[in-house]
Write a protein that binds this ligand. Structure first.
Ligand code: NAD
Ligand code: UD1
Length: 339
């Protein structure tokens, strides 16, 4: 039996494929390379010794998706990573985000249903909680108002998958709400490869530490947090990948729609990250405090107890590991996969 991995050459998908192969699973990847590169397949093979079957296709192309299911009658489940994820771009190009993220998911589900494959693990985000009333955030917290089209596609897809299960209880739907995925595989062969200037904190910090950028801009130091800078729940991407394996194992046992926070439960501030990075790498991370970034919230971290109780999953890697592994990837691949 095999698992369809949509977006499997992307940052989180590639790490998950490595963990799945390590656990003896067979993966079939589909990706259109709109935000990843073919060389990722070589790197997966270098780490695992296995080259997964790969299809270059757009999930919105129903005929192409049909062909994949026809050619792989042993598909039994799907982990659905494919999607566009840049918050700022989604504000500028809402139609592109709704079109790509929603139509791809609807097409995928329709083809899955037709081929009687009714098990799906979906990449959602803590963004669905909006500005939380309190932290840590349990899964039962109200889903807040999303502030951008990207976040809204996650809300909508959660709803679509829930309705799908309600209409046909043979489905097994596992919704994973990621907090802030960071770090890289310890080998330094796969990692995050943002295009242009990184928006997110970790890739920016690694580029400052390796001298590619002069200094970090810390977006505000007047939040209601211990040191005034924003607090987040950073989760090592290999821990996150492992959570998918556990979610899949659970989905094979129960038919249900379930959602799980995937975070460590610990919040770190921007200045905590700067200090941890300096301590882990022995290099300095110059920074300047600047204005708050529009749309940012003060603090966001998970209550990860449900994932531990039901999936038997708990994060293993420390903040020091996240910093060392992010740095190892950046040092070995200064231009990402273009090196
Ligand atoms: P990524 O951009 O590295 O990977 C997504 C992959 O999907 C890319 O390889 C891209 O080429 C592919 N893709 C996009 N649209 C496609 C389409 N229509 N057809 C085929 N392939 C398509 O992103 P990632 O960081 O690995 O994120 C994976 C998933 O997790 C996304 O759904 C994202 O929204 C979600 N997520 C990510 C984060 C994060 O911080 N990285 C946080 C929360 C949720
Ligand atoms: C971002 C996304 C969110 C997504 C999440 C997980 C935005 C507005 N939101 O949120 O939708 O679910 O990533 O990937 O992009 N910071 C700096 N300087 C920088 C970059 C960031 O000080 O150069 C600060 C931010 O203000 C924040 C923290 O670092 O306090 C983390 O920022 P970031 O990595 O962008 O993640 P989120 O804001 O949590």
């Amino acid at each position: 039996m095999s698992i369809l991995i949509t977006g499997g050459t992307g940052f989180i998908g590639s790490h998950t494929v490595v963990e799945l192969i390590g656990a003896g699973e067979t993966c079939v990847i589909v990706d259109n390379f709109c935000n990843s590169k073919p060389v990722v397949l070589d790197r997966i093979e270098a780490i695992t010794g296995v080259r997964p079957r790969f299809y270059e296709a757009d999930l919105c192309d129903e005929a192409a998706m049909e062909r994949i299911f026809e050619e792989n009658p042993d598909l039994e489940s799907c982990i659905h990573f494919a999607g566009l994820k840049a918050v700022g771009e989604s504000v500028a190009k809402p139609l592109l985000y709704y079109q790509n993220n929603l139509i791809s998911t609807l097409t995928l589900c329709r083809v899955m249903q037709k081929h009687d494959v009714k098990r799906i693990v979906f990449s959602s985000s803590a963004t669905v909680y909006g500005d939380p009333i309190s932290v840590p955030i349990p899964e039962t917290a109200p889903r807040g108002l999303t502030t951008n089209p990207y976040g809204e596609t996650k809300q909508m897809i959660e709803r679509i998958l829930t309705d799908l299960y309600r209409a046909d209880t043979e489905w097994s739907v596992s919704i994973l709400r990621y907090f802030n995925p960071v770090g890289a595989h310890p080998s330094g062969l796969i990692g995050e490869d943002p295009c242009g200037i990184p928006n997110n904190l970790f890739p920016y910090v690694t580029q400052v530490a390796t001298g590619k950028r002069a200094f970090l801009q810390v977006f505000g130091d007047d939040y209601d947090t211990p040191d005034g800078t924003g607090v987040r729940d950073y989760i090592h991407v290999v821990d996150l990948a492992q959570a998918h394996l556990k979610a899949l194992q659970r989905a094979r046992k129960v038919t249900a729609v379930e959602c799980f926070n995937v975070g460590t439960g610990t919040g770190y501030s921007v200045l905590d990250i700067v200090k941890a990075f300096e301590a882990a790498t022995g290099r300095s991370v110059p920074y300047r405090i600047v204005e708050r970034r529009a749309g940012d919230i003060a603090a966001c971290y998970a209550d990860p107890q449900k994932a531990e109780n039901i999936l038997g999953w708990r994060a293993q890697y420390s903040l020091d590991d996240m910093c060392r592994h992010a740095d190892n990837w950046q040092t070995k691949n200064p231009n990402g996969y273009d090196t």
